[in-house]
Design a protein around this ligand. Structure first.
Ligand code: TTP
Ligand code: MG
Length: 357
């Protein structure tokens, strides 16, 4: 199974939201900084969006309840999420990165894949190019990033995470299997908690364990995903770097001050969230097809429920109506609600929509 020879970069900004905040407020440098929900002296609800490396030393992590972060590190600088600013910086960084690539694919707010196969003839040149990219981002935006260089997206993504922050990890074709073998299987994209547990029960902990496993048994156990897992464990990934519509989804969520079964409040909040999402939809000049609601009960049990409309829309009424319809089935008098969220996805940009019509 010979792969077409390619050289792919994965660029991932270091502690993105907090790095921007530090740049804007040099007085925060050297201190632990946390961006996320208001900690309210430890009583705050909601979560940590991200934190700088100094806060990570205290055990703080993305996605952790803000109240837990407060316990671990009360002395940190706590800041609210300034999406508008981060999006602007992200757009500028993506514009810089795009100029270096034959093919480019933004991946989330602070990551991108670059296919540079025709720009460099070998890994030595690739290294020089990667250093040039890091330098340019630092000079223009004052921010550091980590870059993974590899023959495909899968390995490049794992490599960018290998030495962070300000890292550069190069994995040549002949080194791929060795590089992967000692890493935990969780590093393979798509290996979620459940799969990880199942693999653990089969005594598969590292990617190397997985690569040595009988592929027939993997397919028997996991179906088509078993075959995928086996290929990934050998560092095989043929997916192309391809530009998609820039933003993949727009969402808002709200953690209630107190868990509630006041449905008027819940539906009122849903409307408000829908309105906020909608104003972003208009600003971005996009049309959406899919609406998703998220609900978390007081015991943290979380559900998401989506509906894909048969049409593209940018109308608030469509969003509100669909979101309400989706959420209603989860409103039960015996269950208190902790959080709700609204998301739209499946986008077509407004401009393109016009030409399609
Ligand atoms: P990441 O690249 O996952 O994290 P990071 O850039 O903060 O840190 P690292 O140096 O490890 O790359 O995510 C990019 C941004 O996305 C992050 O700065 C904040 C946001 N984010 C959230 O809001 N919630 C989350 O749970 C995660 C993982 C990220
Ligand atoms: Mg990052």
């Amino acid at each position: 199974m010979k792969e077409k020879k390619r050289i792919i970069f994965h660029v991932d900004m270091d502690h993105f939201f907090t790095a921007i905040e530090e740049r804007e407020h040099p007085e925060f440098r050297g201190k632990p900084v946390i961006v996320g929900a208001d900690p309210k002296d430890g009583k705050g609800r909601g979560v940590v969006s991200t934190c700088n490396y100094s806060a990570r030393k205290f055990g703080v992590r993305s996605g952790m309840p803000i109240s837990k972060a407060w316990k671990l590190c009360p002395e940190a600088v706590y800041l609210p999420v300034n999406y508008e600013l981060y999006t602007k910086v992200s757009n500028r960084i993506m514009d810089i990165l795009r100029t270096f690539a034959d093919k480019f694919q933004q991946w989330g707010i602070d990551e991108a894949f670059l296919d540079v196969s025709s720009k460099v003839k070998d890994y030595a040149e690739a290294e020089r190019l990667a250093r040039q990219i890091k330098k340019e981002i630092y000079e223009k935006e004052g921010l550091t990033c980590s870059i993974g260089v590899a023959p495909n997206k899968l390995v490049a993504k794992i490599a960018s995470d290998f030495q962070k922050p300000d890292g550069l990890t190069i994995v040549k074709t002949e080194d791929v299997e060795k590089f992967l073998s000692s890493l935990p299987v969780r590093k393979l994209l798509w290996v979620g908690r459940k799969t990880e547990q199942k693999l653990k029960a089969m005594k598969i902990k590292t990617i190397g364990d997985l690569a040595r496993f009988d592929p027939a048994v993997l397919t028997e156990t996991f179906g088509i995903m078993g075959t995928q897992l086996y290929l990934m464990a050998h560092g095989i990934d043929r997916s192309e770097v391809e530009e998609r519509n820039k933003i993949k989804s727009i969402s808002r969520e709200k953690t209630f001050e107190e868990d509630t079964s006041n449905f008027e409040l819940v539906l009122g909040t849903l409307k408000k969230l829908a309105k906020e999402v909608h104003s972003d939809v208009l600003e971005e000049n996009i049309y959406f097809k899919t609406v998703t609601v998220k609900i978390r009960y007081e015991n943290f049990e979380t559900h998401t429920h989506s509906k894909t409309l048969s049409f593209m829309t940018n109308r608030l009424e469509d969003l509100k109506k669909t979101a309400k319809e989706l959420l209603k089935v989860y409103l039960r008098p015996d269950r208190k609600i902790r959080l709700i969220g609204v998301r739209v996805s499946n986008f077509v940009s407004g401009k393109r929509q016009k030409t399609l019509a």
